[in-house]
Design a protein around this ligand. Structure first.
Ligand SMILES: Nc1ncnc2c1ncn2[C@@H]1O[C@H](COP(=O)(O)OP(=O)(O)O)[C@@H](O)[C@H]1O
Ligand SMILES: [Mg+2]
Length: 270
């Protein structure tokens, strides 16, 4: 009681004293909220479905993230993104593939080559593919709001919008807002005219919560085949190592090289 009286003398009316006390409590609560141990519980991550990849990003992609899948042509971007949707469909999540590049038939044919039963998911209503589309941003927004997907792919943004137009587009910002609010995970594929050795970024890169750069190279001069690799260049809320990670096209889709070794190594690390 004495304490309260002393504060009353210093601060004036009783309600001011109480208000200060409550503010103090709020601060304590806020501290609780930003406790790093709590944060790992709050961030929900989803699996990419690419064997060996989740381990590189603390177990998966945080919900509400937009990840830029970028690199030169023929480096595995479309395959990686379709495989990411497939993982969602397996878990009964609704998925949309907006393709501005390939026809629906071609995408399906490519998927069947890997034994992915996308036809079945299309029939059951877990997948929508919009191929060769000339949709406006308003129409895309409506489709997302009606279909309520958990995962979305845009392939590729370059064909759909110029950097400049995209940067100033309020409709696009609205789509990004919906993605955050509805905790959707969105892969936006973009094309680069250069390989990974050139450190150049475009407006699309700045938008992403994450950037995965895909490329292929001869590892040694005398190699007959190029080696595919992916580098995680940015991933908010996630510890990453910016090393190129090798992958290959297996019979059932993309796989990181040494995927199982990598998992074991990370599991054993302190
Ligand atoms: N087993 C395979 N099946 C399909 N494509 C393969 C295979 N191995 C290598 N590729 C190459 O991968 C590329 C297709 O990958 P894709 O995901 O369409 O690339 P991007 O979207 O980056 O252009 C093609 O250039 C193809 O030659
Ligand atoms: Mg492609």
């Amino acid at each position: 009681m004495r304490v309260l009286e002393r504060y009353e003398q210093e601060l004036g009316a009783k309600n001011v004293v109480l208000e200060r006390a409550l503010l103090g409590m709020d601060k304590i609560r806020l501290k609780d909220k930003i406790d790093p141990q709590n944060i790992s519980k709050v961030i929900k991550r989803v699996s990419t479905g690419i064997p060996g990849f989740d381990e590189l990003v603390e177990g998966g992609i945080p919900e509400g993230f937009v990840v830029v899948i970028t690199g030169p042509p023929g480096t595995g971007k479309t395959t990686f993104s379709m495989q990411f949707l497939l993982e969602g469909m397996k878990n009964n999540e609704k998925c949309i593939f907006f393709s501005f590049e390939e026809k629906v038939e071609q995408l399906i044919k490519q998927s069947i080559r890997y034994g992915w039963d996308v036809g079945d998911y299309l029939d059951k209503g877990y997948l929508e593919i919009f191929g060769f589309t000339m949709l406006s941003l308003e129409e895309i927004t409506e489709i997302i709001e009606v279909f309520k997907p958990k995962r979305i792919v845009f392939d590729s943004l370059n064909l759909f919008s110029s950097h400049e137009k995209f940067r100033h587009s309020s409709e696009w910002r609205n789509i990004l807002k919906i993605i955050k609010e509805k905790k959707i995970i969105c892969f936006t594929i973009t094309e680069k005219k250069h390989g990974i050795e050139i450190n150049e970024f475009d407006d699309f890169d700045f938008m992403g919560d994450g950037i995965f750069f895909f490329d292929k190279k001869l590892k040694q001069e005398l190699d007959q085949y190029k080696t595919y690799f992916v580098e995680i260049q940015k991933m908010r809320l996630t510890e990453i190592n910016e090393m190129p990670h090798q992958f290959f096209f297996s019979k059932s889709g993309l796989r990181l090289r040494n995927a199982s070794n990598l998992a074991k190594r990370l599991a054993n690390s302190p």
